[in-house]
Design a protein around this ligand. Structure first.
Ligand SMILES: Cc1ncc(COP(=O)(O)O)c(C=O)c1O
Length: 346
């Protein structure tokens, strides 16, 4: 099977497993796990922030960001296709008692005018607009990069309007690899930033929330309340540390494989968007049926936006997709899946 469902399917490498085995540990709820402490310092530095907090998942670090950036009854502005809105099980309402206001924007990019128009005036009838959440790269738009200039502009507007800014940077290092712009440059415009080690970086688990000391101090309390206080967490934090130290630069290879795959698919007659990072969106007639037929041909993928399927390149398929034969194997599987569907539908 060639598993292109997500970059979350990667398994720890040998080096990563060794780092886990050898990690010094302690009780992290007491702040005594040396590996977690090292990871938090390393990631805070990487993102240009004062402090960082280790948590089990990107959903948790996003939700801690939402919780500490708002008060109950307030409103969060975010893109209509954002992970926090679409894929986090209604957690902002469940955990923080806030309301979400979704906004349109091409490729996941929100602009200043849209945000300005959405911010509520002071009136007892209205919820208070409090937090703007931005996402980079943007998952449902096919891994699009939020251009730094646009990001800075909308974040500056948000701050002028009295909002805090949270960045869902689950794949922020893909944006760095695609553009050469250091991740910290986007982070400079956000109050809190969530980054994941368990996506393209290849760790089995773990995300971090970064911000200033005081904010992250508050986040530590919220993490405990959300059930994310872990004890000898160094054993898994070691995998995240290894991922940040060793796997950031290799993301460029996943992007190259995604471009090669998209171009192979276009040559075979598909409408495949030119990927900026590691997600390839391919237009097909009947995505659910296509995905079932594709699985029978030995390739796994997921639904993309409406009318598309999504193929994701990552560490565990690096060797296969690094060859022309590997790319052709996936293209051929797609062609066979399309043929199967056409023959069924007559
Ligand atoms: C953009 C984005 N944010 C957050 C998450 C949540 O991460 P996790 O699966 O670790 O909760 C994901 C997961 O794919 C994601 O794509």
């Amino acid at each position: 099977m060639i598993d292109l469902r997500s970059d979350t399917v990667t398994r720890p490498t040998e080096g990563m497993r060794r780092a886990m085995l050898e990690a010094p540990v302690g009780d992290d709820v007491f702040g005594e796990d040396p590996t977690v402490n090292r990871l938090e310092e390393y990631v805070a530095d990487l993102l240009g922030k004062e402090a960082a907090l280790y948590a089990p998942s990107g959903t948790m670090t996003n939700q801690i960001g939402v919780h500490i950036g708002t008060n109950r009854g307030e409103e969060v502005l975010l893109h209509e296709g954002s992970h926090i809105f679409v894929y986090e099980a209604g957690a902002p309402a469940m955990l923080s008692g806030v309301q979400l206001r979704t906004l349109p924007g091409e490729n996941g990019v929100l602009d200043s005018e849209t945000v300005r128009a959405a911010v509520r005036s002071e009136d007892v009838h209205f919820p208070r607009s409090r937090l703007l959440c931005l996402e980079n790269t943007h998952n449902t738009s096919g891994g699009k990069v939020f251009p730094l200039e646009d990001f800075a502009a909308v974040a500056t507007t948000a701050k002028e309007l009295g909002l805090k800014v949270h960045l869902d940077g689950a794949r922020l290092f893909n944006a760095q690899a695609a553009t050469g712009v250091p991740a910290s440059e986007w982070c400079a415009h956000a109050d809190t930033v969530s980054v994941c080690s368990s996506k393209g970086l290849g760790a089995p688990v773990g995300s971090l929330l970064a911000g200033d000391e005081e904010t992250i101090g508050g986040g530590r309390r919220t993490r405990k309340a959300f059930g994310g206080g872990m004890r000898q967490a160094g054993i898994i934090a070691a995998a995240s540390l290894y991922a940040f130290e060793n796997h950031v630069d290799r993301l460029a290879r996943d992007h190259e494989h995604a471009r090669n795959l998209a171009s192979g698919l276009r040559e075979a007659g598909y409408e495949a968007r030119e990927p900026e990072t590691n997600l390839v969106l391919v237009a097909v007639d009947d995505p659910p049926e296509f995905l079932r037929a594709l699985a029978r041909e030995g390739v796994l993928a997921t639904p993309g936006k409406s009318g598309y399927v999504r193929l994701c390149t990552h560490l565990d398929v690096c060797d296969i997709l690094g060859t022309e034969e590997g790319i052709q194997q996936v293209v051929t599987a797609c062609l066979r899946a399309t043929e199967t569907i056409s023959s069924i539908k007559g």
